[in-house]
Design a protein around this ligand. Structure first.
Ligand code: CP3
Length: 353
């Protein structure tokens, strides 16, 4: 008998990955589960590796260390998916804006005018992030077959807010006012970010990412015309470029805090599946998001910190609300560093029974 071709063998294995099944539209009970920021400071084994990596950007670009921390939560909990350890701020770094992390404070970026930011070229940025692709290859080699590998990037607007503000900010005042006062320059920056990000996601898919996720962490607080221009249009540009490159991997979009704009985002960007935050009303989401579109989320990370009966009843509420729909269990945002690791074990027990 002829040998099974490698590509067919790979497809047959992938068909058994629960996350991929749900992203293809199947309903599974229990649903597949993974957690945003599942590799992180709540795990002692992460903190031990972090202690050897003082420079966070260098850590993200160190395939050996990054692969190790990516695999840690898989070994400990057996999640259905693994998300590569990296950061959304690698794109500004690769385009030439200095990025660093202040201990206990978060990201800082060199102060540049909007005009200067819009001159940063997308050319070559993805190539400079090739260590992340090396991490993906190493992680895939260490993952169980049933575990899906997720690659990701930040969405242009969210990344631009950090580039313009120079740090995280409460209301993105500088970025929003720049979007209104100088739309041409802002749109150029967003288009450049979209092109660098598309190249980077394409490279991640070629390196073995089965799924791609776009984090729009700052979709909150935008009036409709701005939401269309700075969130929808650049995201659609990324999806179109990734598809034009022949990449068929499902794409999860996460417009955190978008409220009623979630519907428009789901319909207009071309994404495969939508990740929801904990502030979005579940009943509204069930009624208004496209019924055939896979949905991921929306456990409050604070209930994971609380644990106990509150955790159990919130898990039940979400499982009941999304029963009969293609659903992926996840948080509405990343795990906080103060979450007790045993609560994550309890969460999995509640979901998997
Ligand atoms: O396990 C995973 O989810 C994969 C790794 C991952 C990280 N960052 C590692 C990280 C992912 C998917 C991200 C995405 C990311 N990074 C986002 C989008 C998701 C979100 O949280 O809204 C954003 C906005 C960033 C930018 C960023 N990186 C901030 C604001 C911070 C500081 C805040 C904090 O939590 O300390 C980071 C640092 C960061 N990225 C850490 C990790 C594990 C903590 C850094 C540390 O170990 O000191």
């Amino acid at each position: 008998m002829a040998e099974t071709p490698e590509v067919l063998r790979r497809t047959m294995k992938m068909a058994k990955r629960p996350l991929l099944q749900v992203l293809a539209g199947e309903t599974l009970s229990p649903p597949p589960v993974w957690l945003m920021r599942q590799a992180g400071r709540y795990l002692p084994e992460y903190r031990a590796v972090r202690a050897t990596q003082p420079d966070f950007i260098a850590f993200c670009l160190n395939p050996e260390a990054a692969a190790e921390v990516t695999l840690q939560p898989i070994r400990r909990y057996g999640f259905d998916a693994s998300i590569v350890f990296a950061d959304i701020l690698l794109i500004p770094h690769a385009m030439g804006q200095k990025v660093w992390f202040e201990k206990g404070e978060g990201p800082r970026l060199a102060s540049l005018s909007l005009q200067d930011l819009a001159k940063l070229s997308p050319e070559g940025a993805a190539d400079r992030l090739s260590p992340v692709c090396e991490t993906l290859k190493r992680v895939r080699a260490g993952l169980p077959d049933a575990c899906t590998l997720i690659g990701f990037a930040g969405a242009p607007w969210t990344v631009a807010t950090y580039m313009i503000e120079g740090a995280g900010s409460k209301d993105r005042w500088k970025a929003r006012s720049a979007a209104w006062s100088d739309p041409a320059t802002m749109d150029r920056l967003l288009a450049n970010l979209a092109d660098a990000t598309a190249d980077y996601l394409i490279a991640q898919a070629h390196a073995g990412a089965d799924v791609l996720k776009i984090f729009e962490s700052w979709a909150e607080g935008l009036p409709a015309p701005l939401f269309d221009r700075v969130v929808i249009a650049p995201t659609r540009r990324i999806v179109e470029r990734v598809r034009a490159a022949g990449i068929t991997a499902p794409i999860i979009g996460f417009p955190k805090g978008a409220g009623p704009h979630y519907v428009h985002y789901a319909q207009e960007t071309g994404i495969t599946a939508i990740a929801t935050d904990h502030g979005l009303d579940t009943g509204w989401a069930v009624a208004n998001l496209p019924a055939s579109m896979p949905v991921q989320g929306q456990l409050d990370p604070a209930v994971l910190k609380a644990g106990g009966k509150a955790l159990e009843s919130e898990v039940r509420r979400l499982l009941d609300a999304w029963a009969g729909r293609p659903y992926v269990f996840n948080l509405g945002h990343g795990i906080n560093p103060d979450v007790p690791p045993e609560n994550v074990g309890a969460l999995l027990a509640h979901i998997r029974g």
